[in-house]
Design a protein around this ligand. Sequence first.
Ligand SMILES: [Zn+2]
Length: 365
Amino acid sequence: MTAMSKKSRYPHIIDGDGAPDNELLRDLNKTPCPLCGSSVAALISETPYADIWSNLHAEWGVTISDSVKAAHTLAPVAEMRACSDCGLWYFSPAIPGSSQFYSEITSSCPHYYTDHKWEFDYVKGLLKDTHKVLDVACGKGAFLRLISGVVDVAVGIDTYPDAVLFGSEVGQAIYNRSVDEFAADHCDAFDVVTAFQVVEHLGAVMPFVAAAYRCVKPGGILVLSVPNRDRRKDLSFGSLDYPPHHLSRWREDQLGMVADQLDARIVSIAKEPLNKSQTIGALRTKELQHFLPVNFLGRAFIIKVVSRLALSFPLSLIWSKLRLAEHLGMYGMSMVATIQKPITVCQGLTSSSQFAVTQDNSCRQ
Ligand SMILES: [Zn+2]
């Protein structure tokens, strides 16, 4: 599927920096921001739920049952709103996908649980053979398999009912538990806790993140990855970037806010780069279109040739030396926040999420 054909099905998407011009809205009946809880937001776009269901079928071959559609269609239209307090973009009204929704997605889309994400390799590079690692919402355990033998302990948890079965099939320790349940008896137990592309699915981010953070040892790290809202792999967004699959869209500012709420330190935010073919595609469909705004005979050919030459030797030397991809914001799908827990425990989050460590390594809320 081309970016153009996808874009044509989502004509409401606003390109660019996404600073909406509309008047701020205040409507307490709307879904609050999943990150900060504010209900003050600006409208960015509207998408009929009927379009989301039909596009899931068109893009992924997924047929969602009428009962699942009815349970997730809270209104005819899902609004995408920009939180005026934290900048998160989120959908309203929207609820997370039910287990039945995911069952229908995974039965029609066998590659839903991908075996590889860019951030898997990135995080693997941070690990030591002494590390104890917990992967929260580990799916079929692809990351656990990748780091098996690299670290001292690798454990996964997932609320997906077949998680334990997946684990036994691939020889990995996967438990069918929620992060809240697991954190209750694994406080400060892991050097590294990962949650890859989870928070964008949640209606309330911080309770989940706080529970995962409780499992991190003092001095250890919590690693969160999210789809980068400013990604350039594709200039549009697909049906899985809408509710009930994804409820929010993130930039690095919001990852920084998560760390602030944890009273923790952001060590780094890494953004997935575009590969060569993605870069050529992005140059052809955006940068060079802007550089040559006036249409003339041969323009399309020139854009095609220049987009290919830009990454070919010797121009590729200039490309990398001047870090043009970075300057042009040409990033791929994901970004990863590495958040370090202070050595001095136990830090509180808010008055409602204070916790303390007991001698048996469990946590008290
Ligand atoms: Zn917010």
